[in-house]
Design a protein around this ligand. Structure first.
Ligand code: ADP
Length: 488
């Protein structure tokens, strides 16, 4: 089985969110299963320092312009997995991946049309041909659309939705940039209320769809979570699968993590004390092992439940908890948390920016990790938290619902409890749950039982990778069907 990953961000080369973690780790897990896998991504500025061998160039049409791109090849660091880097400095030599200062680049349609076309053009000239092209999110959704438009059956396509809220919407006037015929600007392809919707194209034209948890796969077929595309997803429900993201434990495990103050394991968790002290120092809050320390690492966007946090934070600090947050995103939240920190400097630490080391320090040093998300397709941080003995406090949605078991008496007795879960998206529900967590924190035996359950759980990629292989088989079978005289 040969699989080409087509991804807009890949750890450790470029990252804004969980998609990058998936695109950096799943190919490695697949390779370990004997899949012949390659990855293709844009050569952003952050990638240009990576050593790569030049491969060649391609020219593609972007609207009326012919744009030349160059390709080079590197490997996923520490592995043999080849990565094709597609470059055009005009598009990719920039500060951000998709935008800056919370604003998208206005030419994103050109940028990702270019990436998709250049990749297909290049692929057309290679000996190595994939059985499956696995695309991720709106940035790569044009690949299955372009293949279908060309009548190409050279590979099956799998499209993964990492977050349905990001759809790649562009004004109708920009449609010619894609080079696709206007016959594809219809309700059953790329048109969405008069605009171009790249994600929608991917949903209609890929052979198989996946998303990153079973609960989210169900949720997005409802109006509440469907972001306007629930109808499309209901149409395609027989081809839609939920597979929870795995964790790359070579990067996220306190027994090997070199970014934290001390190593520790489930058998000897004592190093976590040093990590907590280190974190308190890093944020300049009181160094005290007894006080419950709540951490958050997140993109600062509405999805993440930050309005709830804002509503309960003062009460939470009043019960004697500390709160540290690392995040970047919406300027509105930047102001909110800056103001909070200025007001409660003793108990609150805020770092606005992207900082991988600090993300690790928070996972290791906090006692609890907060994810009150409005929705959460998979979520990685709650899985990292489990391994670091940091108890997740989560809302019951998406991948959070699929991985975190509330500390009820029952679940504690069965030994399955690993966190705290609330359901209603309401500040009181969150606050009560945090209070419950803080009370439990003082009961050392119960707390340690929660930590042990979490730290010993296995959310590695091995399990998820097996499921992806099944999905690839299914996609290949489905594409084979399409090529037969019966067609689709
Ligand atoms: P999402 O994909 O919605 O951003 P996930 O929980 O699936 O949420 O993944 C987020 C990933 O991005 C985690 O690996 C997290 O540590 C990382 N991350 C998010 N914000 C930051 C930040 N400001 N600094 C460092 N890492 C971050």
């Amino acid at each position: 089985m040969r699989v080409l990953f087509c991804a807009p961000e890949v750890v450790p080369l470029a990252k804004t969110g969980g998609l990058a973690d998936v695109a950096g780790a799943l190919p490695v897990a697949l390779a370990e299963r004997g899949v012949d896998v390659r990855v293709a991504m844009p050569r952003y500025r952050t990638v240009s320092l990576t050593k790569a061998n030049p491969l060649g160039s391609v020219a593609v049409a972007i609207g009326a312009d012919a744009v030349e791109g160059t390709l080079s090849e590197t490997r996923l660091p520490g592995t043999d997995v080849p990565v094709w880097l597609i470059d055009q400095p005009r598009y990719f030599d920039r500060e951000g991946l998709y935008g800056e200062g919370g604003k998208d680049y206005p030419d994103n349609l050109s940028r990702f049309t270019f990436f998709s076309r250049a990749l297909l053009e290049w692929l057309g000239r290679q000996r190595w041909q994939p059985d499956v092209i696995h695309c991720h999110d709106w940035q790569t959704a044009l690949v299955p659309v372009m293949m279908r438009a060309e009548g190409s059956s050279r590979a099956a396509t799998v499209f993964t939705i990492h977050n349905l809220a990001y759809q790649g919407l562009f004004p109708r006037e920009q449609f010619p940039i894609t080079g696709l015929p206007w016959s594809l600007f219809t309700m059953r392809s790329l048109e969405f209320w008069g605009q171009v919707n790249l994600l929608k194209g991917g949903l209609y034209f890929a052979d198989v769809l996946t998303t990153v948890s079973e609960t989210y796969a169900r949720e997005i077929q409802t109006e509440e979570f469907g972001a306007g595309l629930d109808g499309v997803l209901r149409d395609r429900r027989d081809d839609l699968f939920g597979i929870l993201n795995g964790v790359d434990y070579s990067a996220w495990d306190p027994s090997v993590d070199t970014l934290i103050a001390a190593r520790y394991t489930a058998d000897d968790i004592s190093g976590k004390r040093a990590c907590k002290a280190d974190l308190q120092r890093a944020f300049g809050i009181r160094e005290d092992p007894q006080v419950p320390l709540i951490g958050m690492v997140t993109r600062l966007v509405d999805q993440k439940g930050l309005d709830l946090v804002a509503q309960v934070i003062d009460e939470l600090l009043d019960v004697g908890a500390q709160f540290v947050l690392l995040g970047t995103g919406d300027p509105r939240y930047h102001r909110l948390f800056e103001e909070l920190q200025a007001r409660r400097r003793q108990h609150v630490g805020v770092r606005l920016g992207f900082d991988n080391r600090l993300a690790h320090q928070i996972e290791a040093g906090a006692d609890m990790f907060l994810m009150p998300s409005r929705y959460e397709p998979s979520g990685l941080n709650q899985l990292y938290s489990l391994r670091y003995g940091t108890i997740p406090i989560v809302r019951k949605t998406g991948g959070l619902a699929d991985s975190i078991v509330d500390a009820t008496q029952d679940a504690l007795a069965r030994g399955t409890a690993n966190g705290f879960v609330f359901e209603a998206y309401e500040p009181q529900a969150l606050l009560q749950t945090i209070h419950r967590a803080v009370r439990t924190f003082k009961d050392r035996r119960t707390w340690q039982a929660l930590q042990q359950t979490g730290m010993r759980a296995d959310f590695s990629w091995a399990r998820s990778a097996d499921r992806y292989v099944e999905v690839y088989d299914r996609a290949a079978a489905r594409a084979g069907l399409a090529a037969s005289p019966r067609g689709r």
